[in-house]
Design a protein. Structure first.
Length: 132
């Protein structure tokens, strides 16, 4: 069934986003270079965009019920993209000495929280679909 596929994809995306946050934390602890961070993030984001595209197709097949969900999904996708772009930029700025450690940690923490909230919204989106 379509809603079950949507649920599975939402779970995959949630896990993918959580993995990005987890891995970036590990990279920071290991003092990994920006090139490796960017390569990792780009790979994960391509995977997330592929899952999002599949999810969009499934939601579109639900007609009116999926239309509202598509609008929410679009907002979530934009939030994820923006957070990831901002995270990479903060990493670059810190490594270039344009941010002090306190500001860097503050920004990273806020962006990670936004990413995790976006991943939780995917779960809510699915639950709303199931209850309508």
């Amino acid at each position: 069934e379509v809603s079950e596929k949507v649920r599975l994809i939402a779970a995959q995306r949630r896990d993918n986003i959580a993995a990005i946050v987890r891995q970036l934390r590990e990279f920071r602890a290991q003092n990994v270079g920006i090139t490796r961070i960017v390569n990792y993030v780009n790979t994960r984001i391509r995977n997330d965009q592929s899952l999002s595209s599949e999810m969009r197709s499934l939601l579109a097949s639900l007609g009116a019920r999926g239309e509202q969900a598509l609008k929410v999904l679009e907002r979530i996708d934009e939030e994820v993209s923006q957070c990831v772009r901002d995270l990479v930029e903060v990493e670059r700025m810190y490594r270039r000495g344009r941010l002090d450690k306190r500001e860097y940690r503050s920004r990273v923490s806020a962006l990670e929280e936004r990413l995790l909230r976006a991943s939780e919204e995917l779960e809510r989106l699915y639950r709303q679909l199931g209850s309508s």
